[in-house]
Design a protein around this ligand. Structure first.
Ligand SMILES: [Zn+2]
Length: 103
């Protein structure tokens, strides 16, 4: 797995050797992502992720970790990345005309 350049903080000590396998075992190697129909995704999970990212105030504790399948991990990572991008102030972009003023 390639390292993720966006991580602002290093992973907690013992992550790979202890925390990650512990969370995967706790979550029975099943993706914990809640699905719209109720319940969880349940696909084989090989990722352990912060439910609430640390840059949004999430803690490095078991309660904030969950197992995710690769697909949901990618979805979540992508969404967080775009959320961060959207949080940035717009770069001196000219104000758009009010829709009501358009012909
Ligand atoms: Zn999943």
């Amino acid at each position: 797995m390639s390292s993720q350049g966006r991580r602002s903080a290093p992973l907690p000590k013992g992550w790979a050797s202890r925390t990650r396998p512990r969370i995967l075992r706790r979550d029975k190697h099943a993706c914990q992502w809640p699905v719209i129909t109720g319940g969880i995704c349940g696909e084989p999970a090989n990722q352990v992720d912060h439910k609430i990212p640390t840059h949004l105030g999430g803690q490095d504790c078991d309660a904030n970790y969950w197992a995710l399948c690769q697909w949901h991990h990618d979805q979540k990572t992508g969404r967080e990345a775009s959320a961060v991008a959207h949080a940035k102030p717009p770069r001196s972009r000219p104000a758009e005309a009010h829709p009501g003023l358009l012909p």
